[in-house]
Design a protein around this ligand. Structure first.
Ligand code: NAD
Length: 411
């Protein structure tokens, strides 16, 4: 296979929901003509109107002129079906998070698109190799994981499948540059770099709700550290119902203690900002998260029903558990070669997850603390709370030799 980077001259996006809209804007803003497919024509119509409104707003703000807005609009065309997009160089799929659905779409696209076209999925966590496996071109398949809102968030996780060709990764990086993104290559595992680490961090936050803390206390501690948003405010923005519906669909995970607060909130229609109530209350038209005592009462009820003995949990413990969960999982990701460097992990957290910039990212923060101190803190948590906290092998190795995560090179 040629090592010459492939040129992305024309692209297509499948799905006109939240992510599809942002991704189409990224491409059009970067000068790439884009064809857009959604199996719900009404959704596609609404999406075309919505992106035109965003650009009109940019004109009113003085960020672009009318000619530029017109040029961007002209780059986006609705396509009736997959046959209409057969000449594009890249397709980015952004439909519902469901493996069978994505596989079905990739199978169809593979049969229609020219052989050198690249097929990408915006999946948040699913197995890229399982998606690539249904095609005759696994070397041309990869993940392009944008963050919401995609036209604003800087991070692009480029997910390398087992067979993704180097030239395809290069083409993805070149496109990332054209779109003004900070691109980080991640290996293929559940959640890649960012969401895999996020899962461990959020698990601690949720456990602490059951053990004695309230959502506003957890968020206040993490925001006090400098995070743009604590985890519960973040879920109010993302939509608490996304995970709830995904668990329902998959038929797994719905019984775990840690998600019972989410389940109760969703059963009451408290989906987050979009429904005016979630972990917080929002006045009509406002994005201001207001403390809601009803949520504290709900948290109390859930933890008591599950038989937890609640205790006082201070900001220090909240920070310790959430930050060390990020650090330990990040170290495992580095050790497994899912991330190429500690710096890449930091870039993901700084540009996609609101980690405080002045602390350099979770891996840089761990290095600042000293890895021997981090190891000792993890061992103390392991003794108190169990094997989940066992320090990653590289933390032990690097701590023993006085080295840093920043200088770690995988074999
Ligand atoms: P969404 O529900 O807002 O939109 C999905 C769109 O796909 C809908 O417009 C739907 O009509 C369309 N669709 C469904 N089946 C289709 C088909 N067979 N052919 C064509 N179109 C079809 O979803 P979303 O939030 O934009 O998420 C899309 C993907 O992006 C998911 O894989 C999700 O995990 C991932 N993602 C989401 C976020 C986020 O914050 N929302 C962030 C990163 C990644």
């Amino acid at each position: 296979m040629s090592q010459t980077p492939l040129q992305i001259q024309r692209a297509a996006v499948i799905g006109a929901g939240t992510m599809g809209r942002g991704i189409v804007m990224c491409l059009a803003n970067a000068g790439v003509p884009v064809q857009w497919v959604d199996n719900n024509p009404q959704m596609l119509d609404q999406a075309l109107t919505a992106i035109a409104q965003t650009w009109a707003h940019n004109v009113r703000q003085g960020r672009i002129d009318q000619a530029e807005a017109d040029a961007r609009i002209a780059r986006v065309t609705a396509a009736a079906d997959y046959a209409a997009i057969s000449e594009v160089d890249l397709v980015i799929e952004a439909v519902y998070e469901n493996l069978e659905l994505k596989q079905q779409i990739f199978r169809q696209l593979d049969g229609l698109l020219k052989p050198q076209a690249i097929l990408a999925s915006n999946t948040s966590a699913l197995d890229i190799d399982a998606i690539a496996a249904v095609t005759q071109r696994p070397q041309q398949v990869l993940g392009l994981h944008f963050f919401s809102p995609a036209h604003i968030m800087k991070l692009l996780e480029i997910v390398r499948g087992a067979q993704t060709a180097p030239a395809v990764l290069q083409a993805a990086k070149a496109l990332g540059d054209r779109m003004g993104k900070v691109s980080v290559v991640a290996g293929n595992c559940f959640g890649f770099i960012g969401n895999r680490m996020l899962n461990t961090y959020v698990l601690e936050a949720r456990k602490m709700l059951l053990e004695g803390a309230f959502p506003y206390q957890v968020d206040a501690a993490l925001q006090g550290f400098g995070f743009a948003m604590g985890p519960f405010r973040m879920y109010d923005v993302v939509g608490i119902d996304l995970g709830w519906r995904a668990r329902e669909l998959a038929g797994v995970g719905q019984d775990e203690d840690e998600i019972q607060v989410d389940n109760r909130l969703c059963e009451q229609g408290r989906f987050g900002q979009k429904s005016g109530n979630g972990y917080y209350h929002y006045e009509p038209g406002s994005r201001q998260a207001e403390h809601d005592p009803q949520v504290d009462a709900l948290v109390l009820r859930v933890s008591e029903q599950l038989g937890y003995q609640r205790r006082e949990i201070g900001a220090e413990e909240i920070l310790e558990r959430c930050l060390l969960a990020l650090v330990n999982e990040g170290a495992k990701i580095l050790q497994e070669g899912i991330a190429e460097s500690a710096r890449d992990i930091d870039l993901v957290y700084l540009n996609g997850y609101g980690f405080p910039a002045d602390k350099g990212g979770p891996m840089a923060w761990a290095d600042q603390q000293g890895l021997a101190a981090i190891e000792a803190r993890l061992l103390r948590l392991e003794a108190e709370q169990g094997a989940l906290w066992k320090p990653a092998g590289i933390i032990r190795e690097l701590a023993a030799s006085g080295a840093q995560l920043a200088r770690y090179q995988a074999d």
